[in-house]
Design a protein around this ligand. Structure first.
Ligand SMILES: [Cu+2]
Length: 423
């Protein structure tokens, strides 16, 4: 299992770039000669329509061989029939990826889409590498001593579990057939339940953080659209609108210095680049897709650290259980993220004075890791009636593998659901 998530999240990316790059550069423009021949065949009386600079006609659209890939330019509209059976269809429930995948689809020019995503994640188990560690302060302290090699090392504060709710509002708009712009506004609501070990006594605390997270903007360029397959490039960034000063409301140590848990911050505090690549395909009632996304943090935030970059690779298969209405999906997702670089200045104040304290949730070196999730999902599209173009979808998943740096809180399971409408 070791390295599986790395393979899913990173190693597959160069492989499929290798596979698609000859196709991306094999430009297949509609040739004027073919267009005229096609026009001749379609209607012998149209011979006078021969100016090469003429507007795109239905005949020229027909002339493009939609079974061969051709490069699309983001500022152009489609010069072929988007409803052609040779082209990937955007009018099926599985023309949106399973709901946990974002930035997976584009719209036709002029279309607007609104969406709401809810996501709940339960984190409730410590991991030391691949191993689950029971929530036992003595046991965890022994591991901390072993990691640091210092027999004085110990922690006082341990996570019992954490509930993370995310409400995500999305707005999509397509200025052209080949380019869609997407804005996403997350609202986070997190509760952290912890144990505080004080002179052999265990006390419980809860800690709440709520507010807007980092707002992101992404451009999705549909580069290839051929033979019921698509390749799309995502270029996005997020701005640090989310708070990174979520502090325990009361000092948790007897030494009265407040601390900040990395997991409880609402944003990253940095401008982040969000590149991505998506591949989609359809055959009959079956569809599939693959997506790679990165979150690349730039600079250092105001509190003195940088979150680790994240890499996500996911692949899925979906089937139209009720054609045009309902699809069911199975998905695998690999995630890898790096350690935090630097330290929050409040945490640094405390740990500089108490170098043997290694409360796991506050240590930059105990961040980062990798995991592989499997998930199942359902998409519902209403293709007709007054609710036409409304979509409802849900997906639930859990890790089948986790390897986390140091002693760190892992993920138990997650569920997401929501609604989208297209105008
Ligand atoms: Cu959309």
């Amino acid at each position: 299992m070791k390295g599986l998530s790395l393979i899913v999240s990173r190693a597959l990316l160069p492989l499929w770039i290798l596979y698609f790059s000859p196709r991306i550069f094999a430009i297949n423009p509609p040739s004027p000669e073919t267009a005229i021949v096609a026009a001749d065949e379609a209607d012998p009386s149209s011979k006078e329509v021969q100016e090469p600079e003429s507007k795109q006609t239905a005949e020229e659209k027909k002339a493009r061989d939609l079974r061969k890939p051709f490069l699309l330019l983001p500022w152009e509209n489609a010069d072929y029939d988007l409803n052609s059976p040779d082209i990937w269809s955007d009018a099926r429930p599985d023309s949106h990826a399973p709901f946990g995948v974002m930035g997976d689809h584009v719209h036709r020019h002029g279309e607007v889409m609104l969406g709401y995503h809810f996501m709940y994640t339960l984190m409730g188990q410590y991991f030391h590498g691949e191993e689950q560690v029971p929530l036992n302060p003595t046991l965890i302290n022994n591991i901390l001593k072993a990691i640091t090699g210092n027999p004085q090392t110990h922690g006082h504060v341990f996570s019992d579990h954490m509930n993370m709710d995310m409400h995500m509002f999305e707005l999509m708009y397509a200025p052209t057939d080949n380019l869609t712009l997407m804005a996403m506004v997350p609202y986070m609501d997190m509760d952290h339940f912890m144990l505080h070990s004080h002179e052999g006594m265990l006390m419980t605390h809860t800690h709440h953080a709520e507010g807007v997270g980092d707002v992101s903007f992404t451009a999705i360029w549909k580069m290839l659209d051929w033979d019921r397959q698509r390749v799309q490039l995502n270029l996005g960034f997020s701005v640090p609108t989310g708070s990174i000063t979520e502090t325990f409301p009361e000092p948790i140590h007897e030494h009265e210095v407040p601390l900040r848990m990395f997991l409880m911050q609402l944003g990253s505090g940095t401008v982040d680049f969000l590149p991505g690549l998506t591949y989609l395909g359809q055959r009959g009632n079956l569809s599939w897709g693959m997506q790679h996304l990165g979150v690349i943090h730039t600079g250092t935030n105001d509190e003195g650290y940088t979150f680790g970059d994240r890499y996500l690779g996911t692949g899925w298969v979906a089937y139209q259980v009720v054609p045009n209405w309902v699809s069911a999906s199975v998905r695998v997702q690999g995630l890898a993220w790096d350690r935090v670089e630097g330290q929050d200045r409040l945490n640094a104040l405390f740990f500089n004075v108490h170098p043997t304290f290694k409360d796991p949730d506050f240590q930059p070196e105990f961040q980062g890791g990798e995991r592989v999730d499997v998930s199942v999902g359902l998409n519902l599209l209403i293709p007709e009636g007054i609710l036409k173009e409304n979509r409802f979808a849900a997906e639930a998943g859990l890790p089948i593998y986790q390897r986390l740096n140091g002693v760190q809180l892992g993920t138990n399971w997650w569920v997401t659901g929501g609604w989208q409408i297209k105008f």
